[in-house]
Structure formats: C-alpha cells, structure tokens
Design a protein. Structure first.
Length: 263
C-alpha cells in the first residue's frame, strides 16, 4: 500500500476549490459624491400612484417567495433622519405580516454582548419563504462602533471580511440580499432634526446621540466609503439612495427591491 501524503504545510487559499473568494466591486464604484441629491419624485399624485402599484407588485413577489420557499434580506443603513423608517413602512404596507419581519437594531444587550457581534444577526435571518428587513444592521461594527471606539481598530478592520463571509454564506444558500444606504445632505438633516424636536409625535426620534453623530459627519463619511469599498459585492450590492426628497427615496427603494426579488 502507498503511504499517505502529508498535509503538513498545506493551507486553504482563495484558489482552493469551494473556498470563498469574495468578488467585491472596484473601490470607488459607489461614492456618495456621485449621488444626485437634487433628484425628486414626480408630482405628489403621480408618485403616490406609482408607490401603490409597486407595493402591489411587491406583495405578489412576497407570495411567490412563500410558495417557492425562497428568502430575502433587505438591509437599511444611512444618515440619522434619512428616512429609513418611512421607506420600510412603504415597503411593507401591503405585505402579509406573516411573511416578513422588521428588525430594528439598537445597541446590543447583555446577552448579545456575551457572543460574537454577528450572533444576534444570525439568529434573526429569515426562514425559508420569508423576508427579513433590518433597520440598521451588522454594519454598526464598521460604523458607530468604529467611530465611537466601541470596537478596537483590529476588530473593525477584520469585520469587513467577517461580514463578507456572513453575507456570502447566506447568498450562496439562495438568499436574495440588497443593502440600501439612504443619503441626505447636512442641511436636510438639520431641518429634519428641528422638525422632529417640534413634533410631539416624532420628538422621541431625536436625542443627544443624533446631535453628537452630526458633529462627526466627516468621520462617518470616511467610514461609509470604506464600507462601500470593502463590502459592495455582486451577490449583495449596496444601493445608494438619494433621500433629500422622501418620495423619490421610497420609489427608489421599492423599484430596487422588486428588481432584486423578481429573478
């Protein structure tokens, strides 16, 4: 009998069959400076009519995903007061609540901090036939945790590959994934902050953290660009949404969500 060959010194590489090789778009492919923040929806009546048509189509696709036992994930990130909640509300308006789940993500609790940071997201990924929508996400590791110092530099630097692996694990398993970034300018954000402070129904949405984050606009802009450059992939792309005009943003999100699901 021939002797077994030693595996000593061998290791997996990106060229190893079946190993993950993350195909990431060229850095700079997505840049917030290229987003046209002057973009606006058509007149209100026409925009609202189109939104309704898109919501009906989205419901049809939700039913198809249920019947075909497929699953999808939509991630929402963006500036404070950029309209993530409003976009999610319009996305889910006509969907069957039994077939989707919206996960609003805040700071991790005690049990979540006892695990790897991706643990709380892994437990929230959608079962087959359903859709999960994340209002903020695992990208907090390379955004707020990076900026505020909750993660060390080695931790947030390695997080890009960890996130790519986490997402790829799900897309390779047939999960549709799209990541939306809602972009507004500083003037629009300031106006929305002031409007929230004066609105008794919405003033719970504004706090000291929002004002503190606003002072670090340049730091966040740099972190967002690093995030796009490292995690904008064909299997889980980012969509930069011009959101100074709310209806335009909602139409953009609905159109891209339908395009992703209708494959």
């Amino acid at each position: 009998m021939g002797s077994k060959k030693s595996n000593k010194g061998r290791r997996f590489t990106d060229s190893t069959p079946l190993s993950y090789d993350f195909e990431v778009f060229k850095p700079g492919t997505l840049d917030l400076d290229d987003v046209d923040l002057e973009a606006k929806a058509p007149d209100r009546k026409a925009a609202d009519a189109e939104i309704l048509d898109l919501q009906e189509r989205l419901f049809e696709l939700q039913v198809r995903y249920w019947l075909e036992k497929r699953r999808a994930v939509f991630v929402f990130e963006g500036w404070d007061a950029a309209g993530k909640g409003g976009a999610i509300k319009r996305m889910t308006a006509l969907m069957d609540p039994r077939g989707y789940k919206v996960w609003p993500i805040a700071a991790p609790g005690e049990e979540e901090r006892a695990h790897h940071y991706l643990w709380r997201f892994a437990t929230r990924m959608p079962p087959r036939g359903t859709i999960a929508i994340f209002d903020r996400s695992w990208y907090g590791r390379v955004l707020v945790e990076r900026i505020e110092g909750y993660a060390t530099e080695p931790q947030w630097q390695r997080a890009y590959d960890e996130i790519n692996a986490f997402e790829r694990m799900h897309t390779e398993d047939g999960c549709t994934m799209v990541k939306f970034f809602l972009h507004i300018d500083q003037d629009e954000q300031l106006q929305r902050f002031k409007d929230r402070e004066k609105d008794p129904i919405k003033n719970f949405k504004i706090g000291t953290d929002d004002w503190r984050n606003r002072k670090r606009w340049k730091d966040y802009t740099r972190a967002y660009q690093d995030m796009f450059d490292r995690t904008h992939r064909p299997d889980a792309p980012w969509v930069a949404v011009a959101a100074n005009d709310k209806r335009h943003a909602r139409l953009t999100v609905l159109r891209h969500a339908i395009e992703a699901l209708d494959t």
